[in-house]
Design a protein around this ligand. Structure first.
Ligand code: EPU
Length: 349
Protein backbone atom coordinates (compact mmCIF):
# COMPACT_ATOMS: atom_id res chain seq x y z
CA UNK A 1 0.00 0.00 0.00
CA UNK A 2 1.58 3.23 -1.17
CA UNK A 3 0.48 6.56 0.27
CA UNK A 4 0.88 9.23 -2.41
CA UNK A 5 0.92 12.97 -1.86
CA UNK A 6 -0.79 15.87 -3.63
CA UNK A 7 -2.79 13.79 -6.09
CA UNK A 8 -5.17 15.80 -8.26
CA UNK A 9 -8.73 14.55 -7.73
CA UNK A 10 -10.46 16.00 -10.82
CA UNK A 11 -9.56 12.98 -13.00
CA UNK A 12 -11.26 10.67 -10.50
CA UNK A 13 -14.61 12.44 -10.89
CA UNK A 14 -17.15 12.49 -13.72
CA UNK A 15 -17.40 16.29 -13.29
CA UNK A 16 -13.67 16.62 -13.94
CA UNK A 17 -13.49 19.09 -11.07
CA UNK A 18 -11.53 19.10 -7.82
CA UNK A 19 -8.16 20.11 -6.37
CA UNK A 20 -5.57 17.76 -4.87
CA UNK A 21 -5.77 15.23 -2.06
CA UNK A 22 -3.08 15.94 0.51
CA UNK A 23 -2.64 12.15 0.75
CA UNK A 24 -4.07 9.48 -1.53
CA UNK A 25 -4.15 5.69 -1.36
CA UNK A 26 -5.82 2.85 -3.24
CA UNK A 27 -7.15 -0.05 -1.19
CA UNK A 28 -7.43 -3.35 -3.07
CA UNK A 29 -8.27 -5.56 -0.07
CA UNK A 30 -9.92 -5.32 3.33
CA UNK A 31 -6.43 -5.51 4.86
CA UNK A 32 -5.45 -2.42 2.82
CA UNK A 33 -8.56 -0.65 4.05
CA UNK A 34 -7.62 -1.36 7.67
CA UNK A 35 -4.04 -0.17 7.12
CA UNK A 36 -5.15 3.03 5.40
CA UNK A 37 -7.76 3.90 7.99
CA UNK A 38 -5.30 3.20 10.78
CA UNK A 39 -2.68 5.37 9.03
CA UNK A 40 -5.13 8.29 8.97
CA UNK A 41 -6.21 7.70 12.53
CA UNK A 42 -2.70 7.54 13.94
CA UNK A 43 -2.01 10.95 12.42
CA UNK A 44 -5.45 12.44 13.18
CA UNK A 45 -5.90 13.07 9.47
CA UNK A 46 -9.45 13.36 8.08
CA UNK A 47 -10.52 10.55 5.76
CA UNK A 48 -12.61 10.59 2.60
CA UNK A 49 -13.69 7.37 0.90
CA UNK A 50 -13.76 7.61 -2.89
CA UNK A 51 -15.57 5.19 -5.16
CA UNK A 52 -16.39 5.92 -8.79
CA UNK A 53 -16.50 9.71 -8.31
CA UNK A 54 -19.78 9.97 -10.22
CA UNK A 55 -21.78 11.75 -7.54
CA UNK A 56 -19.25 14.19 -6.15
CA UNK A 57 -18.42 17.85 -6.25
CA UNK A 58 -14.89 18.28 -4.91
CA UNK A 59 -13.71 21.76 -3.93
CA UNK A 60 -11.02 23.62 -5.85
CA UNK A 61 -8.81 23.46 -2.75
CA UNK A 62 -9.13 19.68 -2.78
CA UNK A 63 -9.15 17.58 0.38
CA UNK A 64 -6.65 18.21 3.14
CA UNK A 65 -6.67 14.66 4.45
CA UNK A 66 -6.36 11.10 3.15
CA UNK A 67 -8.47 10.09 0.16
CA UNK A 68 -8.94 6.33 0.21
CA UNK A 69 -9.95 5.01 -3.20
CA UNK A 70 -11.77 1.70 -2.91
CA UNK A 71 -10.62 -0.69 -5.64
CA UNK A 72 -11.62 -4.02 -4.09
CA UNK A 73 -12.60 -6.48 -6.82
CA UNK A 74 -14.47 -9.78 -7.12
CA UNK A 75 -17.97 -11.09 -7.81
CA UNK A 76 -19.30 -14.36 -6.40
CA UNK A 77 -22.63 -15.96 -7.32
CA UNK A 78 -24.52 -18.31 -5.03
CA UNK A 79 -27.83 -19.95 -6.00
CA UNK A 80 -30.40 -20.17 -3.20
CA UNK A 81 -34.08 -21.01 -2.83
CA UNK A 82 -35.01 -17.35 -2.70
CA UNK A 83 -32.99 -16.27 -5.73
CA UNK A 84 -29.46 -15.82 -7.01
CA UNK A 85 -27.14 -14.13 -4.53
CA UNK A 86 -24.46 -11.90 -6.04
CA UNK A 87 -21.70 -11.00 -3.59
CA UNK A 88 -19.92 -8.01 -5.15
CA UNK A 89 -16.80 -6.20 -3.95
CA UNK A 90 -17.27 -2.46 -3.51
CA UNK A 91 -14.73 -1.44 -6.17
CA UNK A 92 -16.44 -3.29 -9.03
CA UNK A 93 -17.81 -1.12 -11.81
CA UNK A 94 -21.58 -0.91 -11.39
CA UNK A 95 -22.53 -1.06 -15.07
CA UNK A 96 -20.28 -4.09 -15.67
CA UNK A 97 -21.99 -5.87 -12.81
CA UNK A 98 -25.42 -5.03 -14.29
CA UNK A 99 -24.28 -6.50 -17.63
CA UNK A 100 -23.11 -9.68 -15.91
CA UNK A 101 -26.43 -10.10 -14.08
CA UNK A 102 -28.37 -9.47 -17.29
CA UNK A 103 -26.22 -12.02 -19.18
CA UNK A 104 -27.08 -14.56 -16.48
CA UNK A 105 -30.75 -13.68 -16.95
CA UNK A 106 -31.12 -12.48 -13.37
CA UNK A 107 -33.64 -9.68 -12.91
CA UNK A 108 -33.81 -6.77 -10.51
CA UNK A 109 -31.17 -4.26 -11.64
CA UNK A 110 -31.61 -4.16 -15.45
CA UNK A 111 -33.23 -0.69 -15.29
CA UNK A 112 -30.09 0.57 -13.51
CA UNK A 113 -27.91 -0.09 -16.56
CA UNK A 114 -25.58 2.68 -17.68
CA UNK A 115 -25.24 4.36 -14.28
CA UNK A 116 -21.64 5.46 -13.72
CA UNK A 117 -19.82 4.63 -10.50
CA UNK A 118 -18.88 1.66 -8.38
CA UNK A 119 -20.90 -0.95 -6.51
CA UNK A 120 -19.93 0.40 -3.09
CA UNK A 121 -21.65 3.69 -3.79
CA UNK A 122 -25.00 2.16 -4.64
CA UNK A 123 -26.30 1.53 -1.10
CA UNK A 124 -25.02 4.89 0.13
CA UNK A 125 -27.44 6.98 -1.91
CA UNK A 126 -29.81 4.11 -2.74
CA UNK A 127 -29.19 4.47 -6.46
CA UNK A 128 -32.37 4.43 -8.49
CA UNK A 129 -33.60 4.97 -12.04
CA UNK A 130 -36.38 3.94 -14.41
CA UNK A 131 -38.56 2.36 -11.76
CA UNK A 132 -35.95 0.43 -9.80
CA UNK A 133 -33.74 1.24 -6.85
CA UNK A 134 -31.06 -0.91 -5.26
CA UNK A 135 -33.00 -1.05 -1.97
CA UNK A 136 -35.29 -3.60 -3.66
CA UNK A 137 -32.48 -6.09 -4.33
CA UNK A 138 -29.83 -5.45 -1.67
CA UNK A 139 -29.82 -8.27 0.84
CA UNK A 140 -27.01 -6.89 2.98
CA UNK A 141 -23.89 -4.76 3.04
CA UNK A 142 -20.48 -5.56 4.51
CA UNK A 143 -18.91 -2.51 6.11
CA UNK A 144 -15.96 -1.49 8.18
CA UNK A 145 -16.78 0.56 11.24
CA UNK A 146 -14.36 3.48 10.98
CA UNK A 147 -14.40 3.93 14.75
CA UNK A 148 -13.60 0.37 15.87
CA UNK A 149 -11.92 -0.81 12.62
CA UNK A 150 -14.10 -3.92 12.81
CA UNK A 151 -16.07 -5.43 9.95
CA UNK A 152 -19.73 -6.24 10.18
CA UNK A 153 -22.61 -7.28 7.96
CA UNK A 154 -25.64 -5.01 7.89
CA UNK A 155 -29.06 -6.19 6.75
CA UNK A 156 -31.05 -4.14 4.26
CA UNK A 157 -33.35 -3.04 7.11
CA UNK A 158 -30.35 -1.69 9.03
CA UNK A 159 -29.35 0.34 5.99
CA UNK A 160 -32.52 2.45 6.36
CA UNK A 161 -33.16 2.97 2.65
CA UNK A 162 -35.35 5.82 1.38
CA UNK A 163 -35.37 8.00 -1.76
CA UNK A 164 -31.68 8.70 -2.54
CA UNK A 165 -30.83 8.04 1.08
CA UNK A 166 -29.64 5.47 3.61
CA UNK A 167 -28.05 5.57 7.06
CA UNK A 168 -24.71 5.88 5.22
CA UNK A 169 -25.50 9.37 3.92
CA UNK A 170 -27.70 10.50 6.82
CA UNK A 171 -27.70 9.34 10.44
CA UNK A 172 -24.46 7.32 10.22
CA UNK A 173 -22.65 9.53 7.69
CA UNK A 174 -18.89 8.98 7.86
CA UNK A 175 -19.21 6.06 10.25
CA UNK A 176 -18.83 3.12 7.85
CA UNK A 177 -16.88 2.17 4.77
CA UNK A 178 -18.64 -0.26 2.40
CA UNK A 179 -16.44 -3.16 1.23
CA UNK A 180 -19.04 -5.48 -0.30
CA UNK A 181 -22.69 -5.52 -1.29
CA UNK A 182 -24.93 -8.60 -1.57
CA UNK A 183 -27.77 -8.43 -4.08
CA UNK A 184 -30.54 -10.99 -4.40
CA UNK A 185 -31.72 -11.18 -8.01
CA UNK A 186 -34.48 -13.18 -9.68
CA UNK A 187 -33.24 -15.93 -12.02
CA UNK A 188 -35.51 -16.47 -15.01
CA UNK A 189 -35.64 -12.76 -15.33
CA UNK A 190 -39.23 -11.61 -15.40
CA UNK A 191 -39.29 -8.00 -16.52
CA UNK A 192 -41.29 -5.38 -14.67
CA UNK A 193 -41.63 -2.09 -16.52
CA UNK A 194 -42.83 0.69 -14.26
CA UNK A 195 -41.41 3.83 -15.83
CA UNK A 196 -43.31 5.69 -18.56
CA UNK A 197 -40.16 6.26 -20.68
CA UNK A 198 -39.67 2.48 -20.84
CA UNK A 199 -43.31 1.60 -21.36
CA UNK A 200 -43.19 3.86 -24.42
CA UNK A 201 -40.36 1.78 -25.93
CA UNK A 202 -42.09 -1.57 -25.49
CA UNK A 203 -45.63 -1.87 -26.74
CA UNK A 204 -48.08 -3.94 -24.71
CA UNK A 205 -47.54 -7.67 -25.21
CA UNK A 206 -44.05 -7.25 -26.71
CA UNK A 207 -42.54 -9.20 -23.80
CA UNK A 208 -38.94 -7.88 -23.84
CA UNK A 209 -36.07 -9.74 -22.18
CA UNK A 210 -33.64 -8.27 -19.65
CA UNK A 211 -31.05 -7.47 -22.30
CA UNK A 212 -33.55 -5.51 -24.36
CA UNK A 213 -34.63 -3.55 -21.29
CA UNK A 214 -31.02 -2.79 -20.29
CA UNK A 215 -30.27 -1.70 -23.87
CA UNK A 216 -33.34 0.52 -23.93
CA UNK A 217 -32.25 2.13 -20.66
CA UNK A 218 -28.79 2.77 -22.15
CA UNK A 219 -30.45 4.46 -25.13
CA UNK A 220 -32.70 6.65 -22.97
CA UNK A 221 -29.79 7.62 -20.74
CA UNK A 222 -27.67 8.48 -23.75
CA UNK A 223 -30.45 10.64 -25.23
CA UNK A 224 -30.52 12.54 -21.93
CA UNK A 225 -26.75 12.90 -21.69
CA UNK A 226 -26.76 10.61 -18.65
CA UNK A 227 -24.47 7.98 -20.16
CA UNK A 228 -20.73 8.51 -20.00
CA UNK A 229 -19.53 8.81 -23.57
CA UNK A 230 -15.93 9.80 -24.21
CA UNK A 231 -15.75 13.32 -25.65
CA UNK A 232 -19.40 14.20 -25.01
CA UNK A 233 -19.39 17.47 -23.03
CA UNK A 234 -22.94 16.86 -21.81
CA UNK A 235 -21.68 14.04 -19.61
CA UNK A 236 -19.19 16.12 -17.65
CA UNK A 237 -21.69 16.13 -14.80
CA UNK A 238 -22.59 14.31 -11.60
CA UNK A 239 -25.89 13.04 -13.00
CA UNK A 240 -28.82 14.80 -11.36
CA UNK A 241 -27.47 17.83 -9.53
CA UNK A 242 -30.65 18.34 -7.51
CA UNK A 243 -33.02 15.91 -5.85
CA UNK A 244 -36.63 15.87 -6.94
CA UNK A 245 -38.36 17.73 -4.09
CA UNK A 246 -40.96 15.84 -2.11
CA UNK A 247 -43.80 17.98 -0.75
CA UNK A 248 -47.03 17.23 1.10
CA UNK A 249 -50.18 16.77 -0.96
CA UNK A 250 -51.62 19.80 0.85
CA UNK A 251 -48.66 21.98 -0.06
CA UNK A 252 -48.93 20.75 -3.65
CA UNK A 253 -52.65 21.63 -3.78
CA UNK A 254 -51.85 25.17 -2.60
CA UNK A 255 -49.07 25.54 -5.13
CA UNK A 256 -51.28 24.26 -7.97
CA UNK A 257 -54.10 26.60 -6.98
CA UNK A 258 -51.76 29.57 -6.82
CA UNK A 259 -50.13 28.79 -10.17
CA UNK A 260 -53.45 28.04 -11.83
CA UNK A 261 -55.25 31.17 -10.61
CA UNK A 262 -52.33 33.49 -11.30
CA UNK A 263 -52.08 31.96 -14.77
CA UNK A 264 -48.36 31.87 -14.36
CA UNK A 265 -48.12 28.65 -16.28
CA UNK A 266 -49.29 25.12 -16.05
CA UNK A 267 -49.26 23.09 -12.86
CA UNK A 268 -46.13 20.95 -12.28
CA UNK A 269 -46.32 17.26 -13.06
CA UNK A 270 -46.30 15.17 -9.88
CA UNK A 271 -45.73 11.59 -8.85
CA UNK A 272 -46.97 9.78 -5.73
CA UNK A 273 -44.21 9.53 -3.10
CA UNK A 274 -45.87 7.61 -0.29
CA UNK A 275 -48.61 8.52 2.18
CA UNK A 276 -49.79 12.10 1.61
CA UNK A 277 -46.63 13.07 -0.30
CA UNK A 278 -45.87 13.95 -3.90
CA UNK A 279 -42.58 14.19 -5.76
CA UNK A 280 -42.10 17.04 -8.22
CA UNK A 281 -39.64 16.92 -11.12
CA UNK A 282 -36.87 19.38 -10.28
CA UNK A 283 -36.06 19.62 -14.01
CA UNK A 284 -39.51 21.02 -14.74
CA UNK A 285 -39.32 23.52 -11.88
CA UNK A 286 -35.91 24.73 -13.07
CA UNK A 287 -37.10 25.21 -16.66
CA UNK A 288 -40.24 27.05 -15.57
CA UNK A 289 -38.10 29.29 -13.37
CA UNK A 290 -36.29 30.45 -16.48
CA UNK A 291 -33.32 28.12 -16.85
CA UNK A 292 -33.65 26.12 -20.07
CA UNK A 293 -31.49 23.26 -21.33
CA UNK A 294 -28.18 24.62 -22.59
CA UNK A 295 -28.25 27.60 -20.16
CA UNK A 296 -24.72 28.87 -19.49
CA UNK A 297 -23.13 30.85 -16.73
CA UNK A 298 -19.41 31.19 -17.36
CA UNK A 299 -17.80 27.80 -17.63
CA UNK A 300 -20.70 26.00 -15.97
CA UNK A 301 -24.08 25.30 -17.49
CA UNK A 302 -27.14 23.13 -17.80
CA UNK A 303 -26.86 20.05 -20.01
CA UNK A 304 -28.31 20.54 -23.48
CA UNK A 305 -30.20 17.26 -23.03
CA UNK A 306 -31.42 17.18 -19.43
CA UNK A 307 -32.18 20.14 -17.22
CA UNK A 308 -31.31 18.34 -14.01
CA UNK A 309 -27.68 17.82 -14.99
CA UNK A 310 -25.33 20.73 -14.40
CA UNK A 311 -22.23 20.41 -16.54
CA UNK A 312 -18.64 21.50 -16.61
CA UNK A 313 -18.46 23.21 -20.00
CA UNK A 314 -14.66 22.96 -19.96
CA UNK A 315 -12.30 24.24 -17.30
CA UNK A 316 -15.09 24.97 -14.81
CA UNK A 317 -14.15 25.18 -11.15
CA UNK A 318 -16.21 24.02 -8.20
CA UNK A 319 -16.77 27.71 -7.45
CA UNK A 320 -18.30 28.17 -10.94
CA UNK A 321 -20.69 25.30 -10.28
CA UNK A 322 -21.72 26.75 -6.93
CA UNK A 323 -22.48 30.13 -8.48
CA UNK A 324 -24.75 28.42 -11.01
CA UNK A 325 -26.32 26.29 -8.27
CA UNK A 326 -27.11 29.36 -6.17
CA UNK A 327 -28.68 31.22 -9.09
CA UNK A 328 -30.92 28.24 -9.92
CA UNK A 329 -31.90 27.59 -6.29
CA UNK A 330 -32.80 31.26 -5.83
CA UNK A 331 -34.83 31.29 -9.06
CA UNK A 332 -36.84 28.19 -8.18
CA UNK A 333 -37.40 29.42 -4.65
CA UNK A 334 -38.65 32.78 -5.87
CA UNK A 335 -40.96 31.27 -8.49
CA UNK A 336 -42.34 28.29 -6.54
CA UNK A 337 -41.34 28.72 -2.89
CA UNK A 338 -39.55 25.35 -3.09
CA UNK A 339 -36.00 24.86 -1.84
CA UNK A 340 -34.05 22.55 -4.14
CA UNK A 341 -31.51 20.31 -2.40
CA UNK A 342 -28.27 19.23 -4.00
CA UNK A 343 -27.84 15.56 -4.75
CA UNK A 344 -24.07 15.07 -5.19
CA UNK A 345 -21.86 14.88 -2.14
CA UNK A 346 -19.67 17.91 -1.49
CA UNK A 347 -16.07 17.24 -0.49
CA UNK A 348 -13.51 19.62 0.92
CA UNK A 349 -15.73 22.67 1.35
N1 EPU B 1 -38.19 17.06 -17.16
C1 EPU B 1 -38.09 18.33 -17.68
N2 EPU B 1 -36.97 18.64 -18.41
C2 EPU B 1 -35.98 17.78 -18.62
C3 EPU B 1 -36.07 16.49 -18.09
C4 EPU B 1 -37.17 16.16 -17.36
O1 EPU B 1 -38.98 19.14 -17.50
O2 EPU B 1 -34.98 18.17 -19.26
C5 EPU B 1 -39.35 16.72 -16.33
C6 EPU B 1 -40.46 16.11 -17.12
O3 EPU B 1 -41.67 16.48 -16.53
C7 EPU B 1 -40.21 14.62 -16.93
C8 EPU B 1 -39.75 14.60 -15.49
O4 EPU B 1 -38.98 15.79 -15.35
O5 EPU B 1 -41.36 13.87 -17.11
C9 EPU B 1 -38.92 13.39 -15.11
O6 EPU B 1 -37.75 13.35 -15.91
P1 EPU B 1 -36.83 12.06 -15.99
O7 EPU B 1 -37.63 10.86 -16.31
O8 EPU B 1 -35.67 12.35 -16.87
O9 EPU B 1 -36.33 11.84 -14.51
P2 EPU B 1 -35.77 12.86 -13.40
O10 EPU B 1 -36.79 12.92 -12.33
O11 EPU B 1 -35.29 14.13 -13.95
C10 EPU B 1 -34.73 10.90 -12.00
C11 EPU B 1 -33.45 10.60 -11.29
C12 EPU B 1 -32.38 10.15 -12.26
C13 EPU B 1 -32.89 8.93 -13.00
C14 EPU B 1 -34.21 9.28 -13.70
C15 EPU B 1 -34.85 8.08 -14.35
C16 EPU B 1 -33.39 12.01 -9.31
C17 EPU B 1 -32.79 13.22 -8.66
N3 EPU B 1 -33.00 11.77 -10.56
O12 EPU B 1 -34.50 12.02 -12.85
O13 EPU B 1 -31.23 9.79 -11.52
O14 EPU B 1 -31.94 8.46 -13.95
O15 EPU B 1 -35.15 9.77 -12.72
O16 EPU B 1 -35.40 7.25 -13.38
O17 EPU B 1 -34.16 11.30 -8.69
C18 EPU B 1 -29.25 10.72 -10.59
O18 EPU B 1 -29.75 10.57 -9.50
O19 EPU B 1 -28.09 11.20 -10.72
C19 EPU B 1 -30.01 10.38 -11.78
C20 EPU B 1 -29.55 10.61 -13.01
Amino acid sequence: MEIQEQVLLAPFTTFGIGGPARWFVEAASEADVVDAVRWARDRAVPLFVLGGGSNLLISDAGFSGLVLRVVLKGIGTFPSDSGMLFRVAAGEDWDEFVSLAVMQNCAGIECLAGIPGTVGGTPVQNVGAYGQEVAETILGVRVMDLETLEFREMTAAECGFAYRSSVFNSTARGQFLVTRVDYRLRPGGEVNLRYADLQKVFTAGSNPGLLEVANAVHHIRQSKGMLLVEGDPDCRSAGSFFKNPVVSAVEFAHLSARLGSAQLGSVPPSYPAGEGLVKLPAAWLIEQAGFPKGFRLGRAGISSRHTLALVNLGGATAADLLVLRDVIVAGVSERFGIALAMEPVMVGF
